[in-house]
Every structure is written in structure tokens, then in C-alpha cells.
Design a protein around this ligand. Structure first.
Ligand SMILES: O=C(O)CCC(=O)C(=O)O
Length: 288
């Protein structure tokens, strides 16, 4: 039984929470088997794999020109299921029991999956820079209240949470996900002394995640990817959730064609809507 009070405290304090042993060894093995079966090309410029939604533009031939109105229509369509099409085990992660209670604490009863992708890294690979999607360090710094991590009335108000499943050992000396703990509450932009050399900064941590762990982190947290130092491959599957009335992209994750989703998993893939009134609760004890 997870200690939700402790999880809530630690998430609020640090902007992230690691839950170890969230997956059994058999679940980890099955997810890795499904990745192996894809025969993915070696990660070169980007470690990302299995993304959904994929770019709407890829639906059109490069020479096609479309008026703006059509572009909008096209972009509102669902575009791909990403690795949900690779096997049941990836679908089962959508509402895995290890994450739902913690997600509910932060996103409430009604939330949706906004996007997903995986990361594969090989020894020596570095990728990207530190960033936050909300708050002082974000490029959209002036978003209206409610869309970023804010602490009011002794409650967490949180819009976007990333759930990242470690399918091989990562963090610590291995590298991989990194962040500035507590930065989701910072009122100030990330100083260049940290952003320009985040691989060496003592203020950046790489939480340890043995295979089978899951990390939940706020998109308001300043985070990024540290150089991968281990001989084994980094394999992480990221599922990005937001409260039901928010969206990051106009594109949608599509249901897999090969696998049947449960009713609750289907709710997670719905279009945005006002919680409860236009988007149902994900939890049986709330029916309106
Ligand atoms: O897991 C990682 O390496 C970082 C992921 C990331 O940058 C993101 O979710 O925006």
C-alpha cells in the first residue's frame, strides 16, 4: 500500500517522486522484449522512439500545400498510437495501479494522456538542455494562472505530470533524467551558471531509478537529460498526463489498433473537456 501522504509531501517538496519496484521483473522483461522486437535503429541525433502523437505534417506529402483552415482540421485529428501499438504491456502502463493514486492527488479525478514517447540512449550520448514547461524558466512564462505549478490554499495545483518508467537501471552515475530539485516553485529564471553546463553542475541531480521504478515529475520542474555513461542502454517510457481541460498539443494520441483498451484507458485518450461535466472521472467512487 503506498504511503500517499509521504508521496504527496515529497512530490510537493522536490517537484518529483520516485516509486521503486513499481513494475515486477516480469513486466520489465516483457516491455523490453517488445522494444527488442522493433529492431529500432541506433539512437543518433535523438534518443526518442515510439512517439504519439506524431507530427500531423507527416500525413501529407511534402509537396502538398494546404490552406490554413485545412491545416487546423488536420492537426485536430488523432495522429498515431506510438508504442501503444507494440504490445498490451505498453497499454497496461496507461493506468497502472502504481501511478493512479499519486496522479489523482495532483491532477484530480479527471485527467487525460496528452502524449507519450520513449528514450533510448547509448554510452556517451548527451541530449538537449535543461528546461521547464511552466514557471519562470519556461518560454511561455506568462501563461495564465492554473497552468503551472502553484501552491495556494494548502493544496497542490498542478497541470501537467510526466510519468517515466525506467525499463533499465538509470540515474545516479548512469545518467539519464536530471533535474533541479524544488525548481518548480522557483520565482526566478534558471541562471546561466547552471544552464550552460548542467552536466557538471552540483545543483542538478540524477535520481536513481533501478529498472522497474517510475518517476512522476511536474512539467514546471526544471529538468533535462544528463549524459548517458552506462554500458547498457537507457530505456525509458514517458507518458505525459494533464488535467482534463488542458492540452499541450492540438494533436491527440490515438487508440492502438491491435490491442483493446479498457473503458478507463479509453477515457485517458479523450479530447479535452471540463472535469466531470464534459470529461468523466477515472475513478469508480466519483460518478456524476
Ligand atoms: O527523461 C529525460 O531524459 C528527460 C525528459 C524530458 O526532457 C521531458 O519530459 O521534457
Amino acid at each position: 500500500m503506498p504511503d500517499l501522504e509521504l508521496q504527496q509531501y515529497l512530490f510537493d517538496l522536490n517537484g518529483y517522486l520516485v516509486i521503486e519496484d513499481a513494475l515486477s521483473a516480469a513486466e520489465v522483461a516483457e516491455l523490453n522484449r517488445l522494444i527488442d522486437r522493433q529492431n529500432l535503429p541506433p539512437p543518433e541525433d535523438s534518443p526518442r522512439f515510439g512517439s504519439a502523437p506524431t507530427l500531423g505534417a507527416s500525413l501529407l506529402k511534402p509537396e502538398t500545400t494546404v490552406p490554413d483552415s485545412m491545416t487546423l482540421q488536420r492537426e485536430a485529428r488523432p495522429v498515431g498510437a506510438g508504442f501503444l501499438n507494440w504490445g498490451q504491456a505498453f497499454c497496461d502502463l496507461l493506468d497502472h495501479p502504481a501511478i493512479m493514486p499519486a496522479l489523482r492527488l495532483r491532477l484530480g479525478d479527471a485527467f487525460r494522456l496528452d502524449r507519450l514517447y520513449g528514450m533510448i540512449m547509448r554510452q556517451g550520448m548527451a541530449y538537449g538542455s535543461l528546461h521547464a514547461d511552466y514557471g519562470a524558466t519556461a518560454t511561455n512564462e506568462n501563461v495564465p494562472p492554473g497552468e503551472y505549478y502553484a501552491f495556494r490554499s494548502s493544496q497542490i495545483y498542478e497541470g501537467f505530470i510526466v510519468v517515466a518508467w525506467a525499463l533499465t537501471d538509470s540515474g545516479g552515475e548512469h545518467g539519464g533524467f536530471c533535474c533541479v530539485p524544488g525548481s518548480h516553485k522557483s520565482h526566478y529564471k534558471l541562471p546561466p551558471q547552471i544552464s550552460q553546463n548542467h552536466h557538471e553542475s552540483p545543483h542538478v541531480v540524477m535520481p536513481r531509478m533501478p529498472a522497474g521504478s517510475v518517476i512522476l515529475f511536474s512539467e514546471a520542474l526544471t529538468h533535462g537529460t544528463a549524459r548517458w555513461n552506462a554500458e547498457h542502454e537507457r530505456r525509458t517510457a514517458l507518458y505525459k498526463y494533464c488535467v482534463s481541460h488542458l492540452t499541450w498539443t492540438s494533436k491527440r494520441v490515438e487508440a492502438p489498433t491491435e490491442f483493446q483498451l479498457t473503458p478507463r484507458q479509453q477515457i485517458l485518450l479523450r479530447d479535452p473537456g471540463d472535469p466531470i461535466r464534459h470529461f468523466p472521472s477515472l475513478f469508480d467512487d466519483v460518478f456524476v
